[in-house]
Design a protein around this ligand. Structure first.
Ligand code: NAD
Length: 433
């Protein structure tokens, strides 16, 4: 049996709008009926509170699946284009058709969302799927393995780690949507090349925040700290480090400290709302980043390996060559790098690989425009963080080492479809070309 799992796709039944709608309804039913089991799994894997589980996993899935369902018929329609004189009389259109079977490989940090959101596009486009959840979020992986086949037709879940994923990567799928690290993305792309399998790679990296001297600092600090502490900073598009105008660094750092207290009290460890670090290995990786950075720990720094807790931490003026400033942090630590104005911040960003996301906090539109014009990133948000991911009509993805391809909304439907170009001509008149 090939990756198509027998006759699911080849029977042709996945092509109808009705089948697709039923699968999207199945996903919505799963999210509604099994919410408690999902929340318990997210709590076990990542210490997420019920509210955070809804805000960052279940809620975005419901929004994405509903959006796909609401637009399904429109996305499926042939998209007419004009036909030049040389082919007339004729009608030309782009006609989306399913690819067949898509492999979805997911990471652990949003272990539900990063399976269900790709699935919305895959199923809306009339494909079947093989899903490989992350072994580092085992409770969520088990819930998906048990529930998905009960609610959705044509989805097969393979649980496992590197050996299982390696076996899957050897199969001739019709597309692979991989979310994870840049290093593993390279392995996926190499394996896919053997079978000419197209890939969507949703990878990571260091996403900078530029803070200029005109901005309202308490608002900027609160928004940045909110984005930094969501899922304890284990978010691909989390603001990774802040490039702050030297004139306002001290005040900005004081406001970051205020924001931590406002969100999680004087002792964040006692807060029921701060997620934990996924495992001991990542906890020691993060405490390792807090050594030899050459900067000053201005906020936090406390760690408890037994509880997988790491206090929200701000490091001022670290060495740009230190691991803290070279590796994706993926935890609740934020370096603050003083810069001499916006041009300095732009030079810093341009000297590094193109980031997945970019954030600018400024009261002046011209400053935001200048940063956007002089840099590149997969997505950007001005005067807030993370919100670009919540707009279903904005294609989501990276550029350069942060990834390739886009999904979410129609971009997901299109990425999972073959956009077939079709010209239809009448037999008469039979003009001599
Ligand atoms: P990871 O790359 O270690 O693992 C992702 C998946 O690949 C898992 O399912 C894992 O089982 C599999 N895998 C791991 N090593 C493999 C190997 N050698 N061969 C084959 N398969 C392998 O990533 P992670 O630690 O789960 O997630 C964190 C990373 O993901 C961060 O870099 C983060 O920025 C990125 N991320 C990106 C997005 C995005 O949308 N761009 C979203 C979430 C996370």
């Amino acid at each position: 049996m090939g990756p198509r799992g027998g006759t699911d796709f080849e029977s042709g039944r996945t092509r109808s709008a009705d089948w697709r709608r039923r699968q999207l309804d199945g996903l919505l039913d799963l999210l509604a009926n099994e919410e408690q089991a999902i929340q318990a799994a997210l709590e076990a894997d990542l210490g997420k509170s019920a509210f955070e589980a809804w805000l960052t996993d279940v809620g975005p899935c419901v929004a994405e699946v509903r959006h796909a369902k609401d637009h399904l018929e429109q996305w499926m329609k042939p998209r007419s284009v004009s036909s030049p004189l040389v082919v007339q009389p004729a009608r030309s259109a782009v006609q989306p058709e399913p690819l067949a079977t898509v492999l979805i490989i997911a990471p652990w940090n949003y272990p539900l969302q990063l399976v269900v959101n790709p699935l919305a596009g895959v199923l809306a486009a009339g494909n079947t799927a093989v899903v490989k959840p992350s072994e580092l979020a085992p409770a969520t992986s088990a819930v998906l393995a048990e529930m998905l086949p009960r609610y959705v037709d044509g989805v097969h879940v393979v649980e496992g780690a590197v050996p299982e994923t390696t076996e899957l990567l050897a199969l001739p799928f019709d597309h692979i949507l991989f979310t994870g690290s840049t290093e593993v993305g390279r392995i996926v792309m190499r394996a896919a090349a053997d079978n000419f399998v197209p890939v969507t790679l949703e990878l990571g990296g260091k996403s900078p925040v530029v803070v200029d001297e005109t901005v309202d600092l308490p608002t900027a600090a609160r928004r940045i700290m909110w984005g930094m502490l969501l899922n304890a900073g284990q978010t691909c598009i989390a603001p990774d480090y802040c490039l702050v105008d030297r004139l306002v660094v001290d005040r900005f750092v004081a406001e970051l400290a205020e924001a931590v207290t406002a969100f999680h009290g004087a002792d964040p460890r006692q807060s029921g709302d701060l997620a934990r670090i996924v495992n001991g290995r990542h906890h020691s990786r993060l405490t390792g980043l807090l050594e030899d950075h050459g900067g000053t720990v201005a906020v936090g720094g406390q760690a408890d390996a037994d509880d997988r807790h790491l206090a929200p931490t701000v490091v001022v003026d670290p060495n740009p060559e230190s691991p803290l400033m070279q590796e994706e942090i993926f935890g609740p630590i934020r370096p603050v790098v003083p810069v001499d104005g916006v041009h300095d911040a732009i030079d810093f960003i341009r000297s590094r690989p193109k980031p997945l996301a970019l954030y600018v906090f400024t009261d002046e539109r011209a400053v935001a425009d200048r940063v956007l014009a002089a840099t590149s990133s997969g997505s950007a948000c001005i005067n807030h963080v993370l919100l670009q991911v919540a707009v279903p009509d904005l294609p989501f993805g990276g550029v350069g080492p942060a990834g390739m391809g886009r999904y979410h909304g129609q971009a997901g439907f299109d990425a999972m479809s073959n956009l077939r170009s079709v010209v239809r001509k009448p037999l008469r008149p039979d003009l001599d070309l």
